[in-house]
Design a protein around this ligand. Structure first.
Ligand SMILES: C[S@@+](CC[C@H](N)C(=O)[O-])C[C@H]1O[C@@H](n2cnc3c(N)ncnc32)[C@H](O)[C@@H]1O
Length: 331
Protein backbone atom coordinates (compact mmCIF):
# COMPACT_ATOMS: atom_id res chain seq x y z
CA UNK A 1 0.00 0.00 0.00
CA UNK A 2 1.48 3.37 -0.93
CA UNK A 3 2.07 5.98 1.76
CA UNK A 4 -0.59 8.24 0.21
CA UNK A 5 -3.14 5.41 0.28
CA UNK A 6 -2.28 4.63 3.93
CA UNK A 7 -2.64 8.30 4.90
CA UNK A 8 -5.97 8.55 3.07
CA UNK A 9 -7.34 5.48 4.86
CA UNK A 10 -6.12 6.73 8.25
CA UNK A 11 -7.72 10.16 7.70
CA UNK A 12 -10.98 8.51 6.64
CA UNK A 13 -11.33 6.70 9.98
CA UNK A 14 -11.94 10.09 11.58
CA UNK A 15 -13.54 11.95 8.69
CA UNK A 16 -16.29 9.37 8.12
CA UNK A 17 -17.66 10.07 11.61
CA UNK A 18 -18.47 13.56 10.31
CA UNK A 19 -19.84 12.38 6.97
CA UNK A 20 -16.73 13.16 4.87
CA UNK A 21 -13.96 11.13 3.32
CA UNK A 22 -10.79 11.55 1.30
CA UNK A 23 -11.21 10.36 -2.28
CA UNK A 24 -8.40 10.33 -4.82
CA UNK A 25 -9.40 12.27 -7.90
CA UNK A 26 -10.79 9.78 -10.39
CA UNK A 27 -9.37 9.64 -13.86
CA UNK A 28 -11.42 11.05 -16.72
CA UNK A 29 -13.39 8.40 -18.56
CA UNK A 30 -10.78 7.47 -21.09
CA UNK A 31 -9.66 4.10 -22.31
CA UNK A 32 -6.18 2.77 -22.02
CA UNK A 33 -3.61 4.80 -23.91
CA UNK A 34 -5.64 7.98 -23.45
CA UNK A 35 -8.17 7.24 -26.20
CA UNK A 36 -11.84 8.04 -25.43
CA UNK A 37 -13.41 5.22 -23.39
CA UNK A 38 -15.29 2.96 -25.80
CA UNK A 39 -19.09 3.17 -25.83
CA UNK A 40 -21.50 0.77 -27.52
CA UNK A 41 -23.47 2.24 -30.40
CA UNK A 42 -26.59 4.09 -29.28
CA UNK A 43 -25.32 4.49 -25.69
CA UNK A 44 -24.63 8.21 -25.96
CA UNK A 45 -28.17 8.87 -27.23
CA UNK A 46 -29.88 6.78 -24.55
CA UNK A 47 -27.80 7.51 -21.45
CA UNK A 48 -28.90 11.13 -20.96
CA UNK A 49 -30.05 12.75 -17.71
CA UNK A 50 -33.13 14.06 -19.55
CA UNK A 51 -34.17 10.73 -21.03
CA UNK A 52 -37.98 10.43 -20.64
CA UNK A 53 -37.71 6.97 -19.07
CA UNK A 54 -35.33 8.26 -16.39
CA UNK A 55 -37.56 11.25 -15.67
CA UNK A 56 -40.57 8.93 -15.38
CA UNK A 57 -38.72 6.69 -12.90
CA UNK A 58 -37.65 9.75 -10.90
CA UNK A 59 -41.26 10.89 -10.59
CA UNK A 60 -42.43 7.41 -9.56
CA UNK A 61 -39.67 7.08 -6.92
CA UNK A 62 -40.45 10.54 -5.55
CA UNK A 63 -44.03 9.34 -4.88
CA UNK A 64 -42.90 6.05 -3.33
CA UNK A 65 -42.70 5.19 0.41
CA UNK A 66 -40.07 7.54 1.80
CA UNK A 67 -38.90 4.93 4.32
CA UNK A 68 -37.33 3.11 1.38
CA UNK A 69 -36.19 6.07 -0.67
CA UNK A 70 -34.92 8.71 1.79
CA UNK A 71 -31.22 8.72 0.95
CA UNK A 72 -28.32 8.33 3.33
CA UNK A 73 -25.65 8.80 0.69
CA UNK A 74 -27.41 8.68 -2.65
CA UNK A 75 -28.59 12.27 -2.77
CA UNK A 76 -28.89 13.94 -6.14
CA UNK A 77 -25.27 15.12 -6.28
CA UNK A 78 -24.05 11.58 -5.53
CA UNK A 79 -25.28 10.39 -8.92
CA UNK A 80 -25.36 13.57 -10.96
CA UNK A 81 -21.64 14.17 -10.44
CA UNK A 82 -20.70 11.68 -13.14
CA UNK A 83 -21.47 11.07 -16.75
CA UNK A 84 -24.29 8.53 -17.18
CA UNK A 85 -22.65 7.30 -20.38
CA UNK A 86 -19.66 6.00 -18.42
CA UNK A 87 -21.60 4.35 -15.62
CA UNK A 88 -19.13 1.47 -15.42
CA UNK A 89 -16.37 3.96 -14.62
CA UNK A 90 -14.76 4.79 -11.30
CA UNK A 91 -17.81 6.24 -9.55
CA UNK A 92 -20.23 5.61 -6.69
CA UNK A 93 -21.33 2.27 -8.15
CA UNK A 94 -17.95 0.58 -8.15
CA UNK A 95 -14.84 2.30 -6.82
CA UNK A 96 -11.96 1.20 -8.98
CA UNK A 97 -8.97 3.47 -8.57
CA UNK A 98 -10.17 6.36 -6.40
CA UNK A 99 -9.27 4.58 -3.16
CA UNK A 100 -5.67 4.41 -4.39
CA UNK A 101 -5.91 0.94 -5.96
CA UNK A 102 -3.48 0.66 -8.85
CA UNK A 103 -2.17 -1.93 -11.26
CA UNK A 104 -0.25 -3.82 -8.56
CA UNK A 105 -3.40 -4.33 -6.48
CA UNK A 106 -5.22 -5.61 -9.56
CA UNK A 107 -2.35 -7.97 -10.40
CA UNK A 108 -2.34 -9.43 -6.87
CA UNK A 109 -6.11 -9.77 -6.87
CA UNK A 110 -6.23 -11.43 -10.29
CA UNK A 111 -3.61 -14.01 -9.29
CA UNK A 112 -5.49 -14.64 -6.04
CA UNK A 113 -8.76 -15.10 -7.90
CA UNK A 114 -7.10 -17.76 -10.06
CA UNK A 115 -6.38 -19.76 -6.90
CA UNK A 116 -9.96 -19.74 -5.58
CA UNK A 117 -11.93 -19.83 -8.83
CA UNK A 118 -13.10 -23.43 -8.55
CA UNK A 119 -15.77 -22.70 -11.15
CA UNK A 120 -13.31 -21.59 -13.84
CA UNK A 121 -15.15 -18.28 -14.28
CA UNK A 122 -12.01 -16.37 -15.22
CA UNK A 123 -12.04 -18.37 -18.44
CA UNK A 124 -15.79 -18.15 -18.93
CA UNK A 125 -16.58 -14.49 -18.17
CA UNK A 126 -14.93 -11.64 -20.01
CA UNK A 127 -14.16 -7.96 -19.61
CA UNK A 128 -14.62 -5.90 -22.78
CA UNK A 129 -13.60 -2.50 -21.32
CA UNK A 130 -16.83 -0.82 -22.44
CA UNK A 131 -18.63 2.07 -20.74
CA UNK A 132 -15.70 3.55 -18.86
CA UNK A 133 -14.56 0.59 -16.74
CA UNK A 134 -10.94 0.60 -15.52
CA UNK A 135 -9.20 -2.46 -16.83
CA UNK A 136 -5.74 -4.00 -16.55
CA UNK A 137 -4.14 -6.85 -18.42
CA UNK A 138 -2.88 -9.59 -16.13
CA UNK A 139 -1.49 -12.88 -17.40
CA UNK A 140 -2.86 -12.12 -20.87
CA UNK A 141 -6.39 -11.52 -19.56
CA UNK A 142 -8.31 -8.23 -19.23
CA UNK A 143 -9.57 -7.79 -15.68
CA UNK A 144 -11.63 -5.16 -13.87
CA UNK A 145 -13.09 -4.88 -10.38
CA UNK A 146 -16.50 -5.67 -11.91
CA UNK A 147 -15.14 -9.00 -13.13
CA UNK A 148 -12.91 -9.93 -10.16
CA UNK A 149 -15.37 -9.01 -7.39
CA UNK A 150 -18.15 -10.87 -9.17
CA UNK A 151 -16.05 -14.03 -9.46
CA UNK A 152 -15.10 -13.91 -5.76
CA UNK A 153 -18.76 -13.37 -4.77
CA UNK A 154 -20.07 -16.13 -7.05
CA UNK A 155 -17.47 -18.59 -5.72
CA UNK A 156 -18.52 -17.73 -2.15
CA UNK A 157 -22.16 -18.44 -3.07
CA UNK A 158 -21.13 -21.65 -4.79
CA UNK A 159 -19.33 -22.90 -1.67
CA UNK A 160 -22.37 -22.14 0.47
CA UNK A 161 -25.33 -22.89 -1.79
CA UNK A 162 -23.98 -24.86 -4.78
CA UNK A 163 -25.67 -22.37 -7.11
CA UNK A 164 -24.04 -23.75 -10.27
CA UNK A 165 -26.19 -26.87 -10.15
CA UNK A 166 -29.50 -25.20 -9.28
CA UNK A 167 -32.30 -24.87 -11.84
CA UNK A 168 -34.69 -21.91 -11.77
CA UNK A 169 -32.73 -20.39 -8.89
CA UNK A 170 -34.44 -17.04 -8.29
CA UNK A 171 -32.64 -13.99 -7.01
CA UNK A 172 -33.61 -10.54 -5.77
CA UNK A 173 -30.67 -8.11 -5.85
CA UNK A 174 -31.39 -5.13 -3.57
CA UNK A 175 -29.42 -2.03 -4.50
CA UNK A 176 -28.26 -3.78 -7.65
CA UNK A 177 -26.51 -0.74 -9.12
CA UNK A 178 -26.08 -0.99 -12.87
CA UNK A 179 -26.54 -4.77 -12.77
CA UNK A 180 -22.90 -5.80 -12.37
CA UNK A 181 -23.52 -9.03 -10.44
CA UNK A 182 -26.79 -9.81 -12.25
CA UNK A 183 -24.98 -9.83 -15.58
CA UNK A 184 -22.16 -12.01 -14.22
CA UNK A 185 -24.44 -14.48 -12.39
CA UNK A 186 -26.73 -15.25 -15.31
CA UNK A 187 -23.78 -15.38 -17.71
CA UNK A 188 -22.05 -17.88 -15.43
CA UNK A 189 -24.92 -20.34 -15.01
CA UNK A 190 -27.91 -21.20 -17.22
CA UNK A 191 -29.95 -22.32 -14.19
CA UNK A 192 -30.06 -18.89 -12.55
CA UNK A 193 -33.13 -16.79 -13.11
CA UNK A 194 -35.30 -14.94 -13.00
CA UNK A 195 -32.85 -12.56 -11.38
CA UNK A 196 -34.64 -9.37 -10.29
CA UNK A 197 -32.72 -6.14 -9.74
CA UNK A 198 -34.28 -3.61 -7.36
CA UNK A 199 -33.13 -0.21 -6.24
CA UNK A 200 -34.47 2.91 -4.56
CA UNK A 201 -32.47 5.27 -6.79
CA UNK A 202 -34.15 5.97 -10.13
CA UNK A 203 -30.88 6.45 -12.04
CA UNK A 204 -29.70 3.02 -10.87
CA UNK A 205 -32.85 1.31 -12.16
CA UNK A 206 -32.54 3.22 -15.44
CA UNK A 207 -28.90 2.19 -15.93
CA UNK A 208 -29.54 -1.40 -14.87
CA UNK A 209 -32.40 -1.74 -17.32
CA UNK A 210 -30.17 -0.44 -20.11
CA UNK A 211 -27.19 -2.59 -19.12
CA UNK A 212 -29.01 -5.92 -18.85
CA UNK A 213 -30.59 -5.25 -22.25
CA UNK A 214 -27.24 -4.28 -23.73
CA UNK A 215 -25.65 -7.47 -22.38
CA UNK A 216 -28.43 -9.54 -23.94
CA UNK A 217 -29.48 -11.15 -20.65
CA UNK A 218 -32.83 -9.36 -20.13
CA UNK A 219 -34.73 -12.61 -20.65
CA UNK A 220 -33.37 -13.86 -17.29
CA UNK A 221 -32.21 -10.71 -15.44
CA UNK A 222 -34.46 -7.67 -15.19
CA UNK A 223 -34.47 -4.28 -13.50
CA UNK A 224 -37.78 -3.93 -11.68
CA UNK A 225 -38.99 -0.39 -10.92
CA UNK A 226 -39.49 0.04 -7.19
CA UNK A 227 -43.21 0.73 -7.56
CA UNK A 228 -43.64 -2.56 -9.47
CA UNK A 229 -41.66 -4.74 -7.09
CA UNK A 230 -44.47 -6.06 -4.87
CA UNK A 231 -46.56 -7.19 -7.84
CA UNK A 232 -43.49 -8.76 -9.49
CA UNK A 233 -42.64 -10.78 -6.39
CA UNK A 234 -46.22 -11.74 -5.50
CA UNK A 235 -46.70 -15.51 -5.54
CA UNK A 236 -43.08 -16.23 -6.50
CA UNK A 237 -40.47 -18.18 -4.62
CA UNK A 238 -37.28 -16.14 -4.17
CA UNK A 239 -34.32 -18.30 -3.21
CA UNK A 240 -31.74 -15.66 -2.52
CA UNK A 241 -31.62 -11.93 -1.81
CA UNK A 242 -28.33 -10.20 -2.54
CA UNK A 243 -27.08 -6.99 -1.04
CA UNK A 244 -23.59 -5.93 -2.08
CA UNK A 245 -22.37 -2.59 -0.74
CA UNK A 246 -25.88 -1.17 -0.64
CA UNK A 247 -27.35 -1.71 2.85
CA UNK A 248 -24.23 0.10 4.09
CA UNK A 249 -25.36 3.09 2.04
CA UNK A 250 -28.95 3.08 3.33
CA UNK A 251 -30.66 4.66 6.33
CA UNK A 252 -31.69 2.38 9.17
CA UNK A 253 -35.32 2.84 8.07
CA UNK A 254 -34.52 1.72 4.54
CA UNK A 255 -32.64 -1.37 5.75
CA UNK A 256 -35.64 -2.28 7.91
CA UNK A 257 -38.02 -1.61 5.01
CA UNK A 258 -36.09 -3.98 2.74
CA UNK A 259 -35.81 -6.67 5.43
CA UNK A 260 -39.57 -6.52 6.01
CA UNK A 261 -40.08 -6.98 2.26
CA UNK A 262 -37.76 -10.02 2.24
CA UNK A 263 -39.63 -11.54 5.16
CA UNK A 264 -43.03 -10.86 3.56
CA UNK A 265 -41.92 -12.71 0.45
CA UNK A 266 -40.27 -15.48 2.49
CA UNK A 267 -36.89 -15.08 0.80
CA UNK A 268 -34.82 -18.12 1.78
CA UNK A 269 -31.28 -16.77 2.00
CA UNK A 270 -29.65 -13.37 2.23
CA UNK A 271 -26.12 -12.54 1.07
CA UNK A 272 -24.73 -9.28 2.45
CA UNK A 273 -21.45 -7.53 1.69
CA UNK A 274 -20.90 -4.40 3.79
CA UNK A 275 -18.67 -1.45 3.02
CA UNK A 276 -15.30 -1.84 4.77
CA UNK A 277 -15.38 1.69 6.29
CA UNK A 278 -12.97 1.62 9.29
CA UNK A 279 -13.55 -2.00 10.36
CA UNK A 280 -12.62 -3.77 7.14
CA UNK A 281 -16.15 -5.18 6.72
CA UNK A 282 -15.82 -7.37 9.83
CA UNK A 283 -18.91 -5.69 11.16
CA UNK A 284 -22.26 -5.15 9.47
CA UNK A 285 -22.40 -1.40 9.80
CA UNK A 286 -23.99 1.24 7.63
CA UNK A 287 -21.85 4.23 6.65
CA UNK A 288 -23.46 6.16 9.52
CA UNK A 289 -22.57 3.43 12.02
CA UNK A 290 -25.94 1.68 12.42
CA UNK A 291 -25.42 -2.01 13.29
CA UNK A 292 -27.43 -4.01 10.74
CA UNK A 293 -26.83 -7.38 12.41
CA UNK A 294 -29.63 -7.15 15.02
CA UNK A 295 -31.99 -5.88 12.31
CA UNK A 296 -31.16 -8.81 10.03
CA UNK A 297 -31.30 -11.29 12.91
CA UNK A 298 -34.97 -10.48 13.51
CA UNK A 299 -35.70 -12.67 10.49
CA UNK A 300 -32.47 -14.41 9.49
CA UNK A 301 -29.72 -16.42 11.19
CA UNK A 302 -26.07 -16.27 10.21
CA UNK A 303 -24.90 -19.30 8.23
CA UNK A 304 -21.45 -18.20 7.09
CA UNK A 305 -19.11 -15.26 7.44
CA UNK A 306 -15.74 -15.09 5.74
CA UNK A 307 -13.24 -12.52 4.59
CA UNK A 308 -13.43 -11.61 0.91
CA UNK A 309 -9.80 -12.70 0.60
CA UNK A 310 -8.82 -15.81 2.59
CA UNK A 311 -5.23 -14.56 2.83
CA UNK A 312 -4.83 -11.67 5.31
CA UNK A 313 -2.15 -10.18 3.03
CA UNK A 314 -4.75 -9.93 0.28
CA UNK A 315 -7.21 -8.39 2.74
CA UNK A 316 -4.61 -5.62 3.02
CA UNK A 317 -3.52 -5.36 -0.61
CA UNK A 318 -6.36 -6.81 -2.72
CA UNK A 319 -8.87 -4.44 -4.29
CA UNK A 320 -11.63 -3.36 -1.85
CA UNK A 321 -11.26 -5.88 0.98
CA UNK A 322 -14.39 -6.69 3.00
CA UNK A 323 -16.28 -9.70 4.41
CA UNK A 324 -19.03 -11.89 2.99
CA UNK A 325 -22.07 -12.87 5.07
CA UNK A 326 -24.73 -15.46 4.29
CA UNK A 327 -27.95 -15.73 6.28
CA UNK A 328 -30.84 -18.18 6.15
CA UNK A 329 -34.44 -17.38 6.98
CA UNK A 330 -35.68 -18.29 10.44
CA UNK A 331 -38.74 -20.49 10.12
C1 LIG B 1 -22.11 1.05 -4.11
S1 LIG B 1 -23.52 0.77 -5.10
C2 LIG B 1 -23.45 -1.01 -5.24
C3 LIG B 1 -24.11 -1.50 -6.47
C4 LIG B 1 -24.12 -3.01 -6.68
N1 LIG B 1 -24.74 -3.73 -5.57
C5 LIG B 1 -22.75 -3.55 -6.93
O1 LIG B 1 -22.16 -4.15 -6.01
O2 LIG B 1 -22.24 -3.38 -8.05
C6 LIG B 1 -24.85 1.04 -3.96
C7 LIG B 1 -26.24 0.82 -4.53
O3 LIG B 1 -27.19 1.04 -3.48
C8 LIG B 1 -28.31 1.68 -4.06
N2 LIG B 1 -29.09 2.32 -3.01
C9 LIG B 1 -28.88 3.52 -2.42
N3 LIG B 1 -29.86 3.78 -1.52
C10 LIG B 1 -30.71 2.71 -1.55
C11 LIG B 1 -31.92 2.38 -0.85
N4 LIG B 1 -32.46 3.21 0.04
N5 LIG B 1 -32.50 1.21 -1.14
C12 LIG B 1 -31.96 0.36 -2.07
N6 LIG B 1 -30.84 0.62 -2.74
C13 LIG B 1 -30.21 1.78 -2.49
C14 LIG B 1 -27.70 2.64 -5.08
O4 LIG B 1 -28.64 3.07 -6.03
C15 LIG B 1 -26.63 1.74 -5.67
O5 LIG B 1 -27.18 0.99 -6.71
Amino acid sequence: MTLIRRLGRAANVTLRRFGYQVIASAAKPEGRGGAPAPLPSGAADYLRPDHPRLLELERAYARFDSRATTPLLWKRQHVSGYDLRYFRGDNAYVWQIRDGASEINYVLTAYYVKTIDALGLLDKLQEDELLGVHAFTVDGRIVSRDLLDSIVEINFLQRQLAISSRQGFTVLDVGAGYGRLAHRMVSAFPGIGPYFCADAVAASTFLCDYYLGFRGVADRARAIPLDRLEETLAGRRIDLAINVHSFSECTRDAVEWWLELLRRHEVGHLFVVPNPIDHGGERLLTNEGVDMLPLIERYYRLLAKSPKYADPALQRHGIQHTWHYLFEAKC
